[in-house]
Write a protein that binds this ligand. Sequence first.
Ligand code: SAH
Length: 237
Amino acid sequence: MWSVRILTLFPELFPGPLASSITGRALKEAIWEIKAIDVRDYATDKHKTVDDCPYGGGGGMVARPDILGQAIEENFISNQNEIIYLSPRGELFNQGLARELTQRKGINIICGRFEGIDERVINEYRIREVSIGDFVLSSGDVAAYSLLDACVRLLPGVLGNGGSLVQESFGLDHNYEMLLEYPHFTRPQNWRDRQVPEVLLSGNHQLVENWRLEQAKQKTKEQRPDLWNRYLSRKEK
Ligand code: SAH
């Protein structure tokens, strides 16, 4: 079972949306588990304070290293699993990192709120900082939903049809690797005078495959020139 331990100020947010649909079914089937720990349980004063003003001044509040450290030591499974702090200044999360994280027995996550956490905690526990994109959220909890969803659907047995994992955007299929997904169509065949592309009705697998690869290339070229250039340079090797 893939084990998630998550430190947060709002444990009631978990499993949250992850309890529905695909990730929810996997949770019920015990393919993965999640334990959300309230950092406030490790506060030592009667007001349950977990943060304080930053040294050097400036606005916001910073999570205290002593309290966070205690919560980490008592809850994280850290000899095999990485500790991740969700933070906008971390390395960018992507499908490769999701795959890497699912190779382990689980994951430990720290969700920040307010200004962030004391830098010494990051160094003390060799924490890996991960960002889900170049924008600033008000909490790490929302970022954790994305990261966990991306990981859980990769766990063995979670997606019934193995094929759908291989061909989607950023998938593993060698033709489609680094390409965005081709467009999909379903019934009705004619909707508001918009027809489903002929080739998809042809029943000819090879033609369909060729068309999809062409479409995937087109989409990638238009939407993500960065991915397109990487795709081209890989092909040349
Ligand atoms: N002062 C910080 C931002 C704090 S945002 C800075 O400028 O870097 C509050 C919390 O939201 C952070 O502690 C982090 O856990 C989370 N967060 C915000 N944006 C994020 C992102 N893009 N990816 C992952 N976590 C994020």
